[in-house]
Design a protein around this ligand. Sequence first.
Ligand SMILES: C[S@@+](CC[C@H](N)C(=O)[O-])C[C@H]1O[C@@H](n2cnc3c(N)ncnc32)[C@H](O)[C@@H]1O
Length: 196
Amino acid sequence: MKPYAESCDQNRDPILSVIKPLFAECKRILEIGSGTGQHAVYFTEKMPHLIWHTSDRAENHAGIKMWLDEANLLNTRLPLALDVSKDAWPKNQYDGIFSANCVHIMAKSEVQAMFAGCASVLLSGGLLVLYGPFNYGGQYSSESNAQFDLWLKERNSLSGIRDFEWLDSLANQGGMRLQGDYEMPVNNRILCWEKV
Ligand SMILES: C[S@@+](CC[C@H](N)C(=O)[O-])C[C@H]1O[C@@H](n2cnc3c(N)ncnc32)[C@H](O)[C@@H]1O
């Protein structure tokens, strides 16, 4: 059965309102951790100038393909096998990378591998765009995020909401500079870095 995440229906329009202007001049996007594939289908319908390359760990590929097959869009690409810390990164270069709700699922070592990989495949001027909850100054931005973090860690002790400052330092190490930090509904943010 086709996988479905209600959260994607809830967050897709607020995300689109931020990424549409950010990706206006982009051509080729890599999505990391495409999950169900719902975001890929919705965003490529709304931004037909983009070629949107989905990716995820192999276990999610069948579901992503179901969404892509049904939508039958010209500008989506079948999922690449990309576990950020285990698989070889694509040889292609991208002018945009998008990832929603992934860095709090990944272990910290995987997040480090993800930022290094992103730095290696982003063109100069390209954008890395992350959506999700983040901590600032070591503090949760809401009680609901604190509860969510507990839930994440009970599920997998290596998961957890990441500090903005740590992510920004990883981006800087990869030659990326913060372009924007956008407030989103229900205590989420969009962080955007530009490759220098
Ligand atoms: C909470 S889901 C988010 C899925 C989708 N982006 C969304 O917003 O609905 C987290 C995603 O991160 C992916 N993920 C976790 N660890 C990963 C890794 N090491 N490399 C690549 N993807 C990973 C999972 O397979 C899953 O698709």
